[in-house]
Ligand binder design. Structure first.
Ligand code: SAM
Ligand code: SF4
Length: 468
């Protein structure tokens, strides 16, 4: 049993990262045609981890189920970014417990993801939720098959609070056959004062560029049209490996594979170099879209958040990107209600939003996370004030999203069609190079193709169009 420990998770040493080439084979008749139900919360990292988890389950013979009730194993891949994640976890566990007690005593219940890295959560599971069979951490996904095969009556907790290794030769059951996630880096060393990620995901570890490029080449051979390079700070790619490419260099090499579309998330404004901007501008298969989290427009709050840039530096970078890549769409993340954020601080955020006129933004009310420095700060701002600020910010953001979408009216733009719209089954959906969601009428044969679409209507969160 390995229980998480926040002190260990906080440590950063000079210990070299091990690059481990996995060679795991399992008997896929072990759970032949038994069903699994996997639910994922949180960011793209979790979504991609779930693609690995699904592949691991299928290597034992499991097939996808539709619900907790029709499944033999249920796995919840959790997110710890905000407090409300706890409600989701325990709500889900309530349903699993009921099913196990009333109908299916053999049901295997497993919890993983960032909440599994939290000491308090795991202690609670040990003490109060004995029906949970397996808890495995973000560093322990490679052990999943062993944990299932060797399960016994006792709870199995395998959560390493370590800086982490890099595993290669992982297989994924990808959700899409058109676009794929590609990890380029794990963990984070930035330690923004509000954020739990550096504790739940370990230190920054880049994958070797040859592994990344080979993965992209294989995806292209398999017919994928788009890859999204994934990391918490993709711009800092390679800094942790002697002699490795920079992120700009990596982007250039990935571009040369000839894959049709390349995206990347997330870019911290801190390590954003001129070389990166040049490479994005130069290669037509690197999409003109950047997610550039602002977090706050107040230099004072940014300092307390440990973001290491000022309002002026953010604006300077923003303008540089827009000058060099004029058609580039920029979206952002903003937190309101960081401890003691004053009206003036909040107005600075509104000022930056008014200057940047973002294409879109994810906005959050600050949520204290145990073990982070910000969670120890006194906070004089009421929840009511924070909620009002969030509303004001959202309505401003929505106006600018609509404004930026309206610029597309009447234009013809290339759209990669990904599938049938969930809201209207007579429509297909896809994305422009600038990551605008577009709904179009058209034949299913177009799914997986990049087609020219004339934009006929613009809303805050999507465009409508017709295939030309
Ligand atoms: N690495 C990315 C960066 O630095 O820009 C962000 C990754 S984080 C998973 C996604 C977003 O969650 C952050 O950009 C931030 O806006 C938000 N977030 C993180 N911790 C938060 C907290 N304690 N309360 C509210 N929002 C938070
Ligand atoms: Fe969290 Fe900051 Fe790291 Fe992003 S850069 S994951 S916000 S600590």
């Amino acid at each position: 049993m390995n229980i998480p420990n926040i002190k260990e998770a906080r440590k950063r040493s000079d210990k070299e990262v091990s690059y481990i080439y996995l060679n795991q084979e399992y008997d896929n008749s072990a759970f032949k045609n038994k069903k699994y139900f996997l639910r994922t919360y949180g960011c793209q990292m979790n979504v991609h981890d779930s693609e690995e988890i699904a592949s691991r389950l299928e290597s034992l013979g499991f097939v996808p189920g539709n619900s907790i009730e029709d499944s033999d194993v249920v796995i919840l891949n959790t997110c710890a970014i905000r407090e409300n994640a706890h409600d989701k976890l325990f709500g889900f566990l309530g349903r699993c417990k009921h099913e196990k007690e009333k109908n299916n005593p053999d049901l295997i219940i497993a919890i993983c993801g960032c909440m599994a890295q939290e000491e308090g959560v795991v202690n609670n599971l040990l003490k109060n939720h004995p029906y949970v069979d397996i808890v495995f951490g973000t560093h322990n996904i490679y052990q999943l098959q062993e944990l299932i095969l060797n399960r016994n009556k006792k709870q199995q907790i395998e959560v390493f609070s370590c800086e982490g290794n890099v595993y290669e030769n992982i297989s994924y059951k990808r959700e899409s056959s058109i676009k794929a996630w590609v990890n380029i880096q794990y963990g984070c060393d930035k330690f923004c004062t509000y954020c739990i990620v550096p504790y739940t995901r370990g230190k920054q570890r880049s994958r070797k560029s040859n592994e990344i490029i080979n993965e992209v080449k294989q995806l292209k051979k398999d017919g994928y049209k788009e890859v999204t390079l994934l990391g918490q700070n993709v711009n800092a790619y390679g800094k942790d490996i002697d002699g490795e490419l920079s992120f700009a260099g990596l982007l250039e090499e990935v571009s040369k594979t000839g894959i049709e579309r390349i995206r990347f998330v997330t870019s911290h404004p801190w390590d954003f170099t001129d070389e990166m901007i040049e490479v994005i501008a130069k290669y037509s298969n690197i999409m003109p879209y950047i997610h550039l989290p602002l977090q706050s427009g107040s230099t004072n709050v940014l300092k307390q958040m440990g973001r290491r840039y000022t309002q002026e530096e953010y604006l300077e970078l923003y303008k540089k990107i827009k000058d060099k890549i004029p058609n580039c769409a920029i979206t952002t993340d903003i937190i309101v209600g960081f401890p003691n954020e004053s009206d003036d601080d909040f107005n600075e955020t509104l000022k930056v939003v008014n200057e940047c006129k973002f294409d879109g933004a994810y906005t959050f009310i600050y949520s204290p996370r145990e073990g982070t420095p910000a969670a120890k700060m006194d906070d004089s701002i009421s929840l009511e004030v924070k909620e009002k600020r969030l509303q004001e910010l959202n309505s401003l953001i929505n106006n600018y999203s609509l404004e930026s979408n309206k610029k597309y009216l009447g234009r013809e733009v290339p759209v990669l069609l990904e599938g049938i719209s969930e809201k209207d089954s007579s429509k297909l959906f896809g994305y422009t190079d600038t990551f605008k969601l577009v709904n179009v009428s058209g034949l299913k044969d177009n799914i997986g193709k990049i087609v020219n679409v004339k934009i006929t209507d613009a809303k805050s969160f999507s465009l409508d169009g017709e295939i030309q």
